[in-house]
Ligand binder design. Sequence first.
Ligand code: SF4
Length: 119
Amino acid sequence: MKKNLVCVLCPRGCRIIVDSESLEVIGNACSRGAQFGPQEIISPQRMLTSTASIKGALHKKIPVRTTSAIPFDQTFQCIQEIQKLQLTAPIEVGQVLIPNILGTGVDIIASRSLCINLP
Ligand code: SF4
């Protein structure tokens, strides 16, 4: 069976067709699309960005992200884990906030630094 997909790895958004049996890909403008297509059929994965609560900083939320793509079907559970975080400033960009989230081998890290907000 042929599956029509859009490659999401870059803004070009190539419309690709993947044969779900042979995993042959057509319509991709580069080799990354040839890897994305079969991966999307076998086990879709996505990078995750979100925000977490933080105390003692200028802002009440800090942007966070995964260090690499996670299984798409675990996205909602990961967001729930991120929502449980109760961080306190200071936080450094790249600081690991949740190591190996849900046993995926992927860490949740801070996407920016937030220092202590002095009164
Ligand atoms: S196939 Fe290559 S050029 Fe096309 S959207 Fe994917 S990454 Fe971008």
